[in-house]
Design a protein around this ligand. Structure first.
Ligand code: GLN
Length: 209
């Protein structure tokens, strides 16, 4: 059966992820409600993408639509996940500078700082040397990782700033590969899905970077 990837579709750059995934011969399920994620036989998706957008808005909508807790449980339970930009903020255990009342799913043992590369006008297409290979990606009001737990692997830096991380089957990147057609990170997600469930070890003490 074809792989199905859920793309969280409450706000933000949903369509670009959908087009990229369909180009990789993946079936896409748009996730808006708990029933989109889980059916009578369990999860309806093999992996999930949390797109960019505005993390505080996506957080609020997740809670409004009742999807916050089921999504957190599914990812914590080992559902392979790719979070891009606001999606990385949503995954992070700790947000340095949250909007008032902002929560995160807290499934990835990192601290993030939002808007770390300036406002929208400072958006840029950047060539990165990631550990998955050279990547051409877009930065738009992107976060950076300012602290990471010991089990978390760094995937990419922009200058001194950590902008890509990975732990278990969870990949969090501060940038947008879907806007430049960069396939590396979605392929990583598909490889995680193909590899089967991961054992998520207990996060260890956080270290500053
Ligand atoms: N700065 C935004 C936030 O904190 C993320 C921007 C993006 O996803 N392009 O949610």
């Amino acid at each position: 059966m074809r792989t199905t990837v859920g793309v969280l579709a409450l706000q933000g750059g949903v369509r670009e992820h959908q087009v990229l995934l369909e180009g990789l011969d993946v079936r896409v399920a748009l996730l808006r409600t708990p029933a989109d994620l889980t059916g009578p036989d369990g999860l309806r998706v093999d992996g999930v993408v949390l797109p960019g957008g505005e993390s505080s808005t996506i957080d609020r909508l997740l809670r409004t639509f009742g999807l916050f807790d089921p999504l957190r449980a599914a990812i914590a339970g080992g559902l392979p996940t790719l979070g891009t930009c606001a999606g990385l903020v949503l995954l992070a255990d700790r947000i340095l500078d949250p909007a008032p009342g902002q929560q995160s799913l807290a499934v990835l043992d990192v601290t993030v700082q939002r808007n770390a590369f300036g406002p929208q006008v400072d958006s840029a297409v950047v060539d990165l040397a990631s550990s998955l290979g050279p990547a051409r990606v877009a930065f738009i009001r992107a976060p950076r990782v300012t602290g990471l737990g010991r089990g978390v692997e760094v995937l990419a830096r922009r200058g001194d700033a950590i902008v890509g991380v990975r732990s278990g089957g969870i990949t969090g990147i501060a940038f947008h590969p879907e806007l430049t057609g960069e396939l590396l990170f979605h392929r990583r997600l598909l490889a995680d899905i193909a590899a089967g469930p991961t054992d998520l070890s207990e996060p260890e003490e956080a270290i500053a970077v």
